[in-house]
Design a protein around this ligand. Sequence first.
Ligand code: FES
Length: 173
Amino acid sequence: MKAVSEREVDAAAVDRIIDKHRDSPGNLLGIMEEVQELNRHNFLPRRTLEYIAESLGLPFSKVYSVATFYAFFNLKPQGEHSIIVCRGTACHTKGSKALLEHLEGSLGIKGAFDEGESYFTTPDNKFTVRTVACFGQCALAPVVVVDDKIHVHMNESKLARIVKELSRGGKKK
Ligand code: FES
């Protein structure tokens, strides 16, 4: 099958998903979820959102507002691995800013969060780094979640080891 670039839409695949949901109420969410899963970088490019809107006869603004309202929809490419750094007060006090800066430096995305961005993906799509307000594990600060696994009392050397292992193709833990 021909690879679909981020600028293109795999129209046939999107059409199949739309046809499957056509008669179900509230189908927009289901359609968008399945179309995102189809994307190898797990996101909904603008052109894809436009295609969904055109196909369903909906205004683009409606589809776009759904994509931005729900946190599980991504408007930018997602990395193969996800690293989430807690930036809540307890974690900040225990050094989460330094952990984030360490990640920015080691992954070559220095200053990525300076403009108030909440996540950033490395150019090679290997890692997506996010921040959150609190994981609810404040007593165990600083907390970092890597590929859905919670790491408590995180420090720079432990984080460096994890990133190194994943960069080498280590498995998700
Ligand atoms: S502030 Fe980080 S877990 Fe609550």
